[in-house]
Design a protein around this ligand. Sequence first.
Ligand code: C5P
Length: 300
Amino acid sequence: MTVTVRAPGKINLHLGVGAPRSDGFHPLVTVYQAVGICDDVTVAPSPGWTLGVSVPDWMDAAAVPVTGDNIVDRAAQLLARHHGIASQAAVSVTKAIPVAGGMAGGSADAAAALVALDRLWGLETPDDELLSLAAELGSDVPFALVGGTALGTGRGELVEPVPDPTTWWWVVVPSDEGLSTPAVYRRFDELNPDAPAEPAAAATTLAALATGDPELLAGALHNDLQDAALDLRPDLADLLDLGQQSGALRGLVSGSGPTCLFLADDADAARAVAGRLAEHHDVVLVTNGPVAGAHVVTYA
Ligand code: C5P
C-alpha cells in the first residue's frame, strides 16, 4: 500500500507580532491562507524507517535536512509514540514549497506525514488529537492540516477557519538563500524593544477579505516581521518595488521571509506581473488561494 498526502504552503495576509512571552515564543494574531504551492509526502510499508527528499531543479537539495532532526522524522516518532507503536515506513517527500522561505514548507511536510502515516498505520487518530500533535511539532503545523483561510492566535498554533470564498491570485518569488525564522524574530525584538504584549488585531484584513475585492485586500495586507526580514535582507526591498512597478497591487514578505508575494487583480494580471518579474528573477511562481489543508491524493 502507498499513501500520498499533499499539504499546502501558507502565506500570512496579516501577521501581528507581540513582545516575546515567558516561553520565548511571540504571541501572534495572524490570518493564514493556504496557497497552491504544495509538498507531497508518500509513505509505504517498510521493516524500518527511511526518508528521502526530492526537490525541483531550482531548489537547493542540500538545504533540506534529511538526516537526524527532520521534522518528518519527528512527526512520525510523535505519532507512533502517541499510539505506542514502532515508527516504520519508507517515506519520500517531494518538495515544491521554498525551503526556509517563510511559507511553512517544513510544517506542511510534518502535517502531510501525520495524515499519511495515520492512514498507513490504520490509526484513525481523532482530529483534535492530530491537531495537538501538530502543535507540538511547530507553530504552523496545525494550519497546514486545516488549510483554507484561518485566524491564527497563541503562537500561531490555535487556528479558527475564516470563510473566504474568493480565489486570490498571487505571484511568489522565492529566494536563493533562506532566512532563519528564529533570527528574524530576534531582529524583530531588536527593532521593536517596546512591542506591545497584544499583537495588532486582524480586523481590517478580515473585513477586506470578506469584500472579495483584491484592491481592498492589497491595502490591508500587514506583516510585522517584514521590517526585520528587510533589515537582514535589504535586497528584498528592491524586489518588492519591482513587483509593484510591474503591476502588482501590493508586494509583501511572506511570514519571516525571504519569499516575496505579490497580490494581483486576477489570473491574467498575475501572469503579466510574473512575466515582468521573470526578466530579473530565475524563479517566479503563480498560484492562488485558498486551497485545502493536508489531504490524501493517492491511496493505492
Ligand atoms: O514553532 P516553530 O518551531 O515553527 O518556531 C520556530 C522558531 O520561530 C521558534 O523557535 C522561535 O524562535 C520562533 N517563533 C517565535 N514565535 C512564534 C513562532 C515561532 O518566536 N509565535
